[in-house]
Design a protein around this ligand. Structure first.
Ligand code: ATR
Length: 275
């Protein structure tokens, strides 16, 4: 049996075991996946355990996504750009760190809302870890522009300046957000505004978006945020955050097994676990 797991603190609410064990069952892969509660001071030992026990793969969640990088043998380009690792592949004893959050998000956006991002104008709201995680992956799609706005403006400028100009990621002041949304094809909320329990809050005025454009939210609790509900009523296409979770797991499965992930079954397993 090939061993897999997720480490985090806290980790008991993780839906990854349900999702990945279903994926193994569905494809006949002889694998087992469990959640491990690892505190920050235990991180080094946990990674040593992965090596010692010969785990084939590991997911990494909050608060370890940044610190874990120091314990790995190689970091992928996307993970370097995101500044975070959420998926480790044990390649014959070499631990390689990837970031499947960003590419998982983009795959979900393309599958569920906007198949072609090339030449599009994308507004990204928020400049925290989640934002940084998706920017590199969005830039790979060849958009016309990625405009980054954040309540604390300096952070948006700092994050944008970490990318080469070829990526077409630029920070904008908050006061330009309304005009940016009016010309955007996709507007993405990466902030925590609207997350349970503050489900009535919106990160920006949805009436700024143009009808027909895509409103996307990384939040998946609730599945449909107030931002998405209001944008939908105003004629936008909407995209929620659950797909990002499903597809980051799908990419991890694919990196570990070399097989296409059974995405529909994985989504069904997660949905069935919601109550
Ligand atoms: P995450 O890893 O989820 O991105 P984070 O790194 O703490 O978490 O970033 C949170 C993001 O949500 C930031 O962009 C933050 O804006 P600031 O940099 O100004 O703090 C944004 N955010 C959180 N609460 C917000 C609020 N009430 N209004 C606007 N932005 C908010």
């Amino acid at each position: 049996t090939a061993l897999f797991g997720v480490i985090g603190d806290p980790v008991r609410h993780s839906k990854s075991p349900i999702m990945l064990n279903r994926a193994f069952g569905e494809t006949g892969v002889n694998g087992a996946y469990a959640a491990f509660h690892v505190k920050p001071e235990q991180l080094a030992q946990a990674i040593a355990g992965v090596r010692g026990l010969g785990f084939k793969g590991l997911n990494v969640t909050i608060p370890h996504k940044i610190e874990v990088m120091a314990h790995l043998d190689e970091i992928s380009e996307g993970a370097k750009a995101a500044g975070a690792v959420n998926t480790i592949v044990n390649d014959g004893g070499r631990l390689i760190g990837y970031n499947t959050d960003g590419i998982g998000y983009v795959r979900s956006l393309k599958e569920e809302a906007e198949p072609d991002l090339a030449g599009k104008t994308i507004v990204v709201l928020g400049a925290g870890g989640a934002s940084r995680g998706i920017l590199w992956a969005l830039a790979q799609e060849g958009p016309k522009a990625i405009l980054l706005a954040n309540r604390t403006e300096a952070k948006a400028f700092e994050v944008a300046s970490a990318f080469s100009p070829d990526y077409r990621i630029s920070a904008i002041p908050w006061e330009e957000l309304q005009a940016a949304c009016a010309s955007a094809d996709v507007v993405i909320n990466t902030t925590s505004v609207g997350m349970s329990p503050n489900v009535d809050a919106v990160p920006l005025d949805p009436s700024w978006l143009k009808p027909g454009s895509v409103a996307s939210d990384l939040i998946y609790n609730p599945l449909k945020t107030a931002f998405l509900r209001q944008a939908e009523q105003l004629g936008c296409r909407i995209h929620g955050g659950l797909g990002m979770f499903i597809y980051q797991g799908a990419y991890a499965f694919e990196y570990w097994t070399g097989q296409p992930a059974p995405v529909a079954a994985m989504r069904e397993a997660v949905m069935a676990s919601f109550n």
